[in-house]
Every structure is written in structure tokens, then in C-alpha cells.
Design a protein around this ligand. Structure first.
Ligand code: HEC
Ligand code: HEC
Length: 172
């Protein structure tokens, strides 16, 4: 389905753009000058508990789907309505970074842990609806605004949420 593929593109771009900033190269340790400021690379920030919890859940599910990471999510998972064409392993990366990190939440904001296919938390369907909204903004609205600088102007979850459940209306 064309619409589903466009939504998948949005979530994948959300994921890859977020991932590129995920693992900063550690600054090289210099034995001769242990207290010298790092010559290059950003400081390594310790991971917060929400990030660690997401990584634990991802590792759990990865173990359950071992060997099937490259199969389409529709063949590996039970209840995927929009991300069926996305490889199962990528779906987990989207969950972790594209969704969890973007909103600053753990998996349990949208899921009951372990019952990943269940839709019992309303936030899960809201996330599907948000995904459809972002796809409409990108494919129907942004595309028709002339003279934009970017060759491929898009919004994704991070554009609005920026690590928070409720997007800001004002700058601090
Ligand atoms: C912002 C909400 C949100 C967050 C946070 C989130 N998910 Fe999801 N998750 C979804 C949605 C929506 C789907 C269904 C996608 C679809 O219908 O194509 C889904 C589907 C899944 C599935 C497929 C289950 C099945 O059998 O159908 C797994 C596994 C999963 N998520 C794991 C995780 C893990 C692990 C995390 C944390 C790293 C996480 N999710 C974080 C919204 C979320
Ligand atoms: C154009 C801006 C925008 C984009 C893009 C966007 N959101 Fe949202 N999102 C909002 C707003 C506004 C709310 C409502 C916040 C409130 O409760 O006032 C919201 C609420 C949500 C909620 C409900 C949170 C809660 O627990 O109450 C979820 C889940 C969510 N967004 C997920 C996503 C996901 C996943 C994406 C990317 C696929 C996304 N959003 C993209 C603006 C956006």
C-alpha cells in the first residue's frame, strides 16, 4: 500500500537522522596529558534510566526475533498496521529512537511491556495517527510550499516533540 510505504519512509528517516547523533565518537584518551580537554568530538554523556530501559526492552525483543531481523515486520510481528514493509530489526530501531527517544519516553508509554502486539494503551494508536499526520504534512502540504531550501523538506516525530510528550508552544 502506497500510503503505508510513505509513512514507513517518515519513521525511517526519523530513525536514521536521530541515530547519527546517538553514538558520539569517544574523545581519544591521551596518557601524557590526562587532564587536557578533549581535542575533538563531543563529550560522552552518560545514558539516563529511560534510555537504558528502552535498550533493555529492545535487547529482549531482539532475542525473541533472532534470525528474522531482515524479514518484513508483517511476517515477524502480530499487529503491525502501518510498518508492515519495514524490516523487523528496523522497526525496533524506530521504536527505540524514532519514537521513544523523540518523545523522551520508555516503551511502556505506548505498550504494556511484553505484550507488544496489544493495543490496550491509547498512546499506541495515537502514535499511528501521528505517523499518518506527519505523512500528510510531508506529502500533501510541505511538498506544495515553493522555494524551500532543503531538497527534501520533511517533518518527523522529533521536529515537534524534541524529547517531550507534549510539544512546546513557547521557548523557555
Ligand atoms: C510512541 C509510542 C510507541 C513507543 C514509545 C514504542 N512503541 Fe512499539 N509500537 C508502537 C506502534 C504504533 C506500533 C504498531 C506499528 C504498526 O501498526 O505498524 C508498535 C509496535 C511494536 C512491536 C510489534 C508488536 C507486534 O507483534 O505487533 C514491537 C515488538 C514493539 N512495538 C516494541 C517496542 C519497544 C521494544 C519499544 C521501546 C524501545 C517501543 N515499542 C516503543 C508505538 C510505540
Ligand atoms: C506537527 C507536530 C507533531 C508531529 C510531527 C508529531 N506530533 Fe505527536 N503530538 C503533537 C501534539 C501537539 C500532541 C498533543 C500534546 C498534548 O497532549 O497537548 C502530540 C501528542 C502525541 C502523543 C500522545 C502523548 C500522550 O501520552 O498524551 C503521542 C503518543 C505522539 N504524539 C506520538 C507521536 C509520534 C510517534 C510522532 C511521529 C510519527 C509524532 N507524535 C509526531 C504534535 C506532533
Amino acid at each position: 500500500m502506497r500510503h503505508a510505504r510513505l509513512i514507513a519512509m517518515v519513521v525511517l528517516s526519523a530513525c536514521s537522522s536521530a541515530r547519527s547523533s546517538e553514538s558520539p565518537a569517544p574523545a581519544p584518551a591521551t596518557a601524557a596529558t590526562p587532564n587536557a580537554p578533549a581535542a575533538q568530538g563531543p563529550a560522552v554523556v552518560p545514558k539516563d534510566s529511560v534510555t537504558l530501559e528502552r535498550e533493555r526492552y529492545v535487547a529482549e525483543v531482539r532475542q525473541q526475533i533472532a534470525g528474522k531481523e531482515t524479514l518484513p515486520a508483517s511476517q515477524v510481528f502480530k499487529n503491525v498496521k502501518t510498518m508492515g514493509d519495514v524490516p523487523a530489526g528496523r522497526l525496533l530501531a524506530v521504536m527505540n529512537v524514532g519514537y521513544g527517544k523523540s518523545l523522551g519516553v520508555s516503551c511502556t508509554h505506548c505498550h504494556v511491556a511484553g505484550r507488544w502486539d496489544s493495543d490496550e494503551k491509547t498512546q499506541k494508536q495515537t502514535a499511528r495517527d501521528m505517523s499518518a499526520m506527519a505523512a500528510r504534512i510531508n506529502n500533501e502540504l510541505l511538498k506544495n510550499i515553493p522555494n524551500l531550501k532543503g531538497p527534501n523538506a520533511i517533518v518527523n516525530c522529533t521536529t515537534c516533540h524534541r524529547g517531550q510528550v507534549k510539544p512546546a508552544l513557547n521557548l523557555p
